[in-house]
Write a protein that binds this ligand. Structure first.
Ligand code: SAM
Length: 392
C-alpha cells in the first residue's frame, strides 16, 4: 500500500541499517504496525521522524537526547551541557592538530619538549637522536633551543653572543681558588669537565702542579683554551679532550680531582655524581657548582621561570642529601659571590646588546635577555653553590 514501508524500505529511505531501525523502535523513536501477514510496516510520518532525528543528531546529540528534543520543547540546559562538551572536544582536537602540525615543522614544540623531558628524560634524548640530532645537539636542544623546529637558528644566534664572552657560567677566579683551598690534599691529576673556554682550567693550572685534562664538547671553545695554554706555556700540563660528559673516555680511578663548574646540571647532578665517581681514585675529591634555591619561598614568577629552565633545581639541603646518597662526604660548601655572577653576566649583557643590533628579533637573544632580567631582579633567592666533596 502507498505510504507504507516495510522495514527494509524504510532503511533504504533513511540510509540506516535494519538493526539500527529496530533499535530506534525499541527506544520508542518510531512505531511500526504489524500487518495480518506478519510484516511490520511504517508510515511516511516515521520516515520524516527519522529524518528530523538525523538532523538533530548533526548537533552531536545522543539518541536519547534527540528523543527528548523530539518529544517536547528543546531543553536549553541539556543543549548547553552538550555544547560545553563539544567545546571541550574541539579544544582537544585543536591541540592534537597543533601538535601534529608542529611535529611536521609548523609551530612551536617548546612546551611539548618540556613535558616529554619531564616525564621521560632519557627516552626524550634517545628519541631526539633518532630524529637526527647527535648527542651534543640533543643536549643543546634540551637546555637551550627547546624546540627542534627552531634549533639550528637558535643555536647560531646563541653562539654569536657566547663566542664574545670568556665565562660560560657564573664563576670567578676568587671563588675557584676558595674551593681549591678547601681541598684536603693537593691534587696531582685533575679532570675539568664542561670547561668551556677553560677559565677554571687555567686558574687550576696556575695554582697547582697538577696534570689537567680539560673536557668539553664544544671544539671552538677548546681551541681557544689550547691557544691560551700554548701562550702561557702550559701545554705540557693541560691536555684537551673533546668528549661528552656522559661518555668520558678515561679509565677508572684515573684522577684525584673531578672539577665541574656549572656543568653537572647538563646531565643531571645526581647522575653526574654517580657516573663521575668512577673516574676518581679512592679518597678522590670532587668540586661541582650548581644553581640552587637559596629560599624556601621563591617568588612565583621566579619559580615559574626556573621550572621552565631548570626543573631539577634544588635547595642546598637537598643537594647535600643527594651527595651523601651518592657515596660522597661533603667537606665544605659555599654560595658563589656576587662577583662570580657579575664576571659572567655583565660581559654577557654587553655582548647581547651588540648582537641585538645585528639580529633584533631572535628567540635565543630574547631568552637570554629574559634570563638577565631574572638575575637582575631575583638573584639572592637563587644562587650558585660550590660543593667540595670526597669520595667515601
Ligand atoms: C654553563 S657552561 C660552563 C662552562 C665553564 N665551566 C665556565 O664556567 O665557563 C657548560 C659547559 O658545558 C659544556 N657542555 C655542554 N654539554 C656538554 C656535554 N654533553 N659534554 C661535555 N661538555 C658539555 C658546554 O659547551 C659549556 O662549555
Amino acid at each position: 500500500m502507498k505510504g507504507e514501508y516495510r522495514i527494509s524500505e524504510l532503511a533504504a529511505q533513511v540510509k540506516l541499517s535494519r538493526t539500527a531501525l529496530l533499535y530506534y523502535e525499541k527506544q520508542g523513536l518510531i512505531k511500526g504496525t504489524r500487518r495480518s501477514n506478519g510484516y511490520r510496516v511504517y508510515k511516511d510520518s516515521d520516515v520524516q521522524r527519522v529524518r528530523l532525528l538525523q538532523q538533530l543528531q548533526l548537533g552531536g546529540l545522543t539518541l536519547a537526547e534527540c528523543k527528548t528534543c523530539l518529544d517536547a520543547k528543546i531543553d536549553p540546559e541539556l543543549l548547553t551541557k552538550r555544547l560545553a562538551l563539544l567545546d571541550k572536544e574541539i579544544a582537544q582536537k585543536q591541540q592534537a592538530r597543533d601538535l601534529l602540525a608542529a611535529l611536521l615543522g609548523n609551530g612551536s614544540l617548546r612546551l611539548w619538549h618540556q613535558t616529554v623531558d619531564t616525564l621521560a628524560p632519557d627516552a626524550h634524548l634517545a628519541w631526539l637522536k633518532q630524529q637526527g640530532f647527535n648527542k651534543k645537539e640533543a643536549f643543546h636542544l634540551k637546555w637551550l633551543s627547546k624546540d627542534m623546529n627552531e634549533h639550528q637558528s637558535y643555536m647560531t644566534d646563541f653562539m654569536k653572543v657566547f663566542e664574545k664572552v670568556e665565562l660560560w657560567g657564573p664563576g670567578s677566579k676568587k671563588d675557584s681558588l676558595q674551593a681549591f683551598s678547601l681541598l684536603p690534599k693537593i691534587p696531582t691529576s685533575i679532570i675539568d669537565i664542561g670547561c668551556g673556554k677553560g677559565v677554571s682550567t687555567i686558574t687550576l693550572a696556575e695554582h697547582s702542579q697538577a696534570q689537567i685534562t680539560a673536557v668539553d664538547n664544544e671544539p671552538n671553545a677548546l681551541e681557544l683554551l689550547r691557544l691560551r695554554a700554548e701562550k702561557m706555556g702550559l701545554t705540557s700540563r693541560i691536555k684537551i679532550e673533546c668528549a661528552c660528559m656522559t661518555d668520558l673516555p678515561f679509565s677508572k680511578g684515573r684522577f684525584d680531582l673531578v672539577w665541574a663548574e656549572g656543568a653537572a646540571y647538563i646531565m643531571g647532578v645526581e647522575r653526574a655524581l654517580k657516573q663521575w665517581t668512577s673516574l676518581l681514585e679512592k679518597d678522590g675529591m670532587m668540586v661541582i657548582s650548581d644553581l640552587v634555591w637559596l629560599t624556601d619561598r621563591p617568588t612565583q614568577e621566579l619559580k615559574d621561570f626556573w621550572k621552565g629552565e631548570y626543573q631539577d633545581m634544588q635547595t642546598v639541603a637537598t643537594r647535600i642529601a643527594q651527595i651523601n646518597q651518592a657515596g660522597f662526604e661533603l667537606l665544605s660548601h659555599f654560595t658563589l659571590s656576587r662577583q662570580a655572577w657579575e664576571d659572567y653576566y655583565l660581559p654577557l649583557k654587553v655582548a647581547l646588546a651588540e648582537v641585538y643590533l645585528e639580529i633584533p628579533d631572535s628567540a635565543a637573544l630574547n631568552a637570554m635577555s629574559r634570563e638577565m632580567a631574572i638575575y637582575d631582579q631575583y638573584l639572592g633567592q637563587f644562587g650558585y653553590e660550590m660543593f667540595i666533596l670526597r669520595k667515601r
